[in-house]
Design a binder for this molecule. Structure first.
Ligand SMILES: NC(=O)c1ccc[n+]([C@@H]2O[C@H](COP(=O)([O-])OP(=O)(O)OC[C@H]3O[C@@H](n4cnc5c(N)ncnc54)[C@H](O)[C@@H]3O)[C@@H](O)[C@H]2O)c1
Length: 273
């Protein structure tokens, strides 16, 4: 049997050498794993997050382990802050090569509910957190990447963007929108050498996801997953690394589902036997 990739896997530290990466929502969960993986691959990582208490120690940890990361505290709900974050990165480091849009999810205040029970405010909050800031960051980043002669944008969507999504309508709609935005930007930016791709995680073990899930549900979801476990933040970060790096130089407009095989499960299992 082949040895499995483990959490101990480390990328080639030259893979992203000299690259400047901005990770939006880079302080916790999948974003934190993305910050660590991109830094381990040699990038200087700007950790854009509104959670100072997580972003600053993470940047220090990366520096201690020989990598390069700086926190940039900003609120992605603010248009001016998004533009300023890109401008600041370019003025501090000279250029921007990689933009990973990871922040998102169901707002902490939003319960799962049928469509008729969503308010305009909660709908907007979720769509903004998963889609609108990506537009703002990309709009500011693309000219900087064009000036550099190319770049890579990686959006973290969700399998929820690929299927109907009962009780999570704004989340599913926003992630489907993000997948479409990925394709559109790929077409618009391809001639400038900017690649745009998305990673769609299945259920992934972050505090945000675990907080809404009973232990029993978690076990059941793992059992229903072809690879027999839920995702780890690192699983998703490695896919982001692939799209951010020259390993995917001829790949753009794609969405990679990193879900342990859930999305290819046959829905009529047992039928016709
Ligand atoms: N965890 C899962 O099961 C799962 C499944 C599918 C898709 N995803 C997607 O993966 C991404 C990350 O999910 P996660 O579980 O790691 O989430 P998380 O809540 O653990 O991390 C999100 C990060 O974004 C930051 N953030 C949130 N709002 C912000 C704001 N307004 N301004 C700046 N920073 C902000 C948070 O501080 C945090 O560091 C999201 O886009 C989510 O939709 C997650």
């Amino acid at each position: 049997m082949h040895a499995r990739l483990t959490e101990a896997w480390e990328p080639d530290p030259q893979l992203l050498g000299g690259r400047i990466a901005l990770v939006a929502g880079g302080a916790q969960g999948i974003g934190q794993a993305t910050t660590r993986v991109l830094a381990a691959a040699g990038a200087t990582v700007v950790v854009l997050d509104n959670d100072r208490e997580s972003a600053e120690p993470l940047a220090r940890e990366v520096e201690r382990s020989g990598g390069s990361a700086v926190p940039l505290i900003a609120d992605l709900r603010e248009e001016a802050a998004c533009k300023a974050a890109i401008d600041r990165t370019v003025s501090d480091f000279g250029h921007l090569d990689i933009l990973a849009n990871v922040a998102g999810g169901m707002s902490k205040h939003a319960q799962w509910r049928p469509l008729r029970e969503w308010t305009t405010d909660t709908w907007d909050a979720i769509v903004h957190l998963n889609l609108r800031y990506v537009f703002w960051l990309c709009r500011a980043a693309v000219p900087a990447m064009e000036a550099r002669g190319g770049g890579a944008i990686v959006n973290v969507a969700s399998i929820a963007g690929a299927f109907g999504c009962p009780n999570q309508a704004p989340y599913g709609a926003a992630k489907a929108g993000l997948i479409n935005l990925t394709k559109t930007l790929a077409l618009e930016c391809g001639p400038s050498g900017i690649r745009v791709n998305a990673v769609s995680p299945g259920v992934t073990l972050t505090q945000a996801a675990l907080g809404t899930m009973h232990e029993q549900t978690r076990a059941e979801l793992g059992r229903l997953t072809p690879l027999q476990r839920l995702g780890r933040p690192d699983d998703i970060a490695r896919a982001v690394l692939f799209f951010a790096s020259p390993l995917s130089d001829f790949v753009t407009g794609q969405t990679l589902l990193v879900d342990g095989g859930v999305s290819v499960t046959f829905p009529y299992e047992g039928l016709g036997r």
